[in-house]
Design a binder for this molecule. Sequence first.
Ligand code: AP5
Ligand code: MG
Length: 193
Amino acid sequence: MFNLILFGPPGSGKGTQSEKLMAKYGLKHLSTGDLLRSEISRQTSLGQAAKGFMDKGQLVPDEVVIGMISSALDENPHATGFLYDGFPRTSAQAEALDKLLHLKKASIGVMLALDVSEEELVKRLLKRGETSGRSDDTNEQVIRARITEYQTKTAAVADYYHQFNKVVMIKGEGTIDEIFGELCKEIDKRINR
Ligand code: AP5
Ligand code: MG
């Protein structure tokens, strides 16, 4: 079972590249942002609890997202691998994921970290906000709050995987296909197909 973390700040292209990677490698895409937005649109109690944090650009509590990932892993016992997008986002989430994978005799294969400048992130997200309908894309203040959450709580997750030599930085600016090519090169070195 191949476990890939696609890492990077809001707007760095995780969702865009995940679509292409899923199609090429047949990995199961686990995006905590997408799972949370689905809970909100179905008006579940989990969704209602998460919405207030997301609208402000703040992280949802660890236990909520860890529970979602744990269920998703259990629901896909035959998956050949998983692509984590937007998770783990805190050191506690990273440690919890390691434990969940250990129970399944698996581990993280690699973390591919997209590097994009802050001004480019804001530009991309404001543009997407014109059409996405995502409440956290509509104003610059919330977008900047998401980036601050990333810098203060999430960036350290790369340090966590760094100690196990599992992080590869990828330039996240350029065309979508160029970046996809760089991601594939790194995956092909590690995946058994
Ligand atoms: P989440 O849904 O994960 O959003 P995010 O990390 O803020 O990132 P985005 O999805 O906005 O960006 P992306 O990197 O996927 O980029 P994309 O491909 O879309 O999280 C939302 C919220 O949910 C969080 O704020 C938090 O509240 C909560 N949450 C989620 N997970 C959580 C967790 N684990 N713990 C706690 N809370 C959690 O691209 C962005 C735009 O750029 C698109 O318009 C795209 O077309 C464009 N683009 C992509 N690539 C390029 C390129 N190469 N050149 C030009 N434009 C490009
Ligand atoms: Mg995304």
